[in-house]
Design a protein around this ligand. Structure first.
Ligand SMILES: [Fe+2]
Ligand SMILES: [Fe+2]
Length: 433
């Protein structure tokens, strides 16, 4: 197998060489320009590269540009699909967003730094580049023809989803019911009776609000029968919270039942994050332009939409027999931030919602972003560390994370936070039953 390694950093170039040597004949170059030249020469000589690893961020011609140019060279040489190079982009965590563009431009997979030989081996395996047997000696492999077989499942799916999305063939779910109007009214300071009138438009929401107001948590001496009574008892803040919950609950459903358990986990995670954002804002005395609960509940909306889309593609049979759900969703993890932003923009949420959807996982670099972003990041991390939406709590030190430092969290505050999230989750669950 002929391999081209493109990376401007000596360390990672040498490391890749050491790892990939085992799989074939490697040529390593330092920039996009040399990569394009090497590919052009290889195509001319009739022995194109089988595999290219391409660093994304390089001075001069960067990885993305080189990727475009290489695919263009292959096009104009009329190379058959199986004769084209498999291109793996190598990227830092902070460049994750440009991966979407890379996938569009025709890369086959990506590796996020730091990497090791295992990670690389898994990617090569997924791309069918290691062959069914153990790697044979280098010399024999050099004569191997270009690998055939399908694109990797993961990348094929990522690409397919993006293509459909761009062509407008995927319709986004509609925004949660009357939710937008409600939010506008609340922000405009409308009175409770007027809000109750609006909520009446949505029977499901009204019905639930009445039963929430009669649940053990809020119950009064007599049962509320009308929405006006219910809203009166709950007050504006709780009404807002429950409209958020109820309006969104309906959207968090997978058309494909196979994906419903995933959706349930995501729902639990989102509600926990919303509660956590509200509690943290209270604990640290933070005032945000938008309701922390709402900011929290929307942060992973991109994941929700992606689960729906993948579920739908599976039902349509577009995914064929290739589905390994964990793999797909792991890969879609990379896209959910940008998707979330697109969805929220389309739903005409204020820009801060989109920003949070996009950047909530990028804790290192967002430390000087808006406080609302750090707030949701901290809420998201806190509920992950408690295990909401996951099989088990994720193990890391919450206090050491950049958003926790930004808000000067202390062990005492974290304890309070945990205790109150647990109570609120219990309350939310019981009152929605
Ligand atoms: Fe997320
Ligand atoms: Fe999250």
């Amino acid at each position: 197998m002929k391999i081209l390694i493109v990376d401007d950093e000596t360390i990672s170039r040498t490391k890749l060489e050491a790892i990939l040597e085992e799989y074939g004949e490697c040529l390593a170059v330092e920039n996009g320009r040399s990569a394009i030249e090497a590919v052009a020469a290889a195509i001319r000589s009739g022995a194109p590269f089988h595999l290219i690893t391409m660093d994304v961020a390089m001075p001069g011609v960067d990885g993305m540009e080189a990727l475009y140019e290489i695919r263009r060279l292959e096009d104009s040489a009329g190379l058959a699909p199986e004769a084209r190079a498999r291109i793996i982009m190598i990227t830092a965590q902070s460049d994750r967003d440009c991966l979407i563009t890379c996938v569009q431009a025709g890369c086959d997979d990506y590796i996020i730094k730091p990497f090791n030989s295992d990670k690389v081996a898994r990617r090569l395996e997924a791309l069918n580049l290691t062959g069914p047997a153990k790697p044979s000696p280098v010399k024999e492999r050099r004569a191997e023809p270009a690998p055939e077989g399908p694109e990797t499942d993961k990348v094929a799916i990522g690409r397919q989803v993006l293509r459909l999305f761009q062509r407008g063939e995927i319709s986004l779910p509609s925004p949660p019911g009357i939710y937008r109007k409600f939010r506008q009214m609340v922000e405009a300071g409308a009175s409770l009776p007027r809000i109750a009138n609006l909520l009446k438009e949505d029977l499901a929401v009204s019905f639930h609000l009445i039963s929430v107001s009669n649940s053990p948590f809020y119950r009064g001496v007599t049962d509320n029968r009308t929405l006006h009574q219910a809203v009166g008892r709950l007050g504006l803040d709780l009404t807002r919270k429950y409209v958020d919950l109820l309006g969104n609950r309906a959207v968090f459903t997978a058309g494909n039942p196979a994906y419903q358990p995933l959706m349930e986990n995501l729902w639990e995670h989102s509600v926990a994050c919303a509660n956590a954002a509200e509690v943290i804002a209270g604990l640290v005395g933070l005032r945000t332009d938008h309701d922390p609960f709402t900011l929290g509940i929307m942060h992973d909306v991109g994941k929700m939409v992606l689960i729906q889309i993948v579920g739908e593609l599976e039902v349509r049979g577009t995914l064929g027999s290739i589905v390994n759900r964990e793999d797909i969703l792991g890969t879609l993890d990379v896209y959910h931030g940008s998707f979330g932003e697109a969805v929220l923009n389309q739903w005409k949420f204020p820009p801060e919602f989109g920003l949070i959807a996009k950047l909530h996982d990028r804790i290192e670099e967002a430390a000087d972003g808006p406080e609302a972003l750090s707030l949701v990041q901290l809420a998201n991390l806190a509920v992950k560390s408690m295990g909401y939406g996951y099989d088990r709590p994720l193990d890391f030190d919450l206090l050491e994370t950049p958003p926790a430092r930004r808000f000067n969290m202390t062990p005492g505050l974290i304890d309070q936070l945990h205790e109150r999230i647990t109570r609120l989750m219990d309350e939310t669950e019981k009152s929605l039953k």
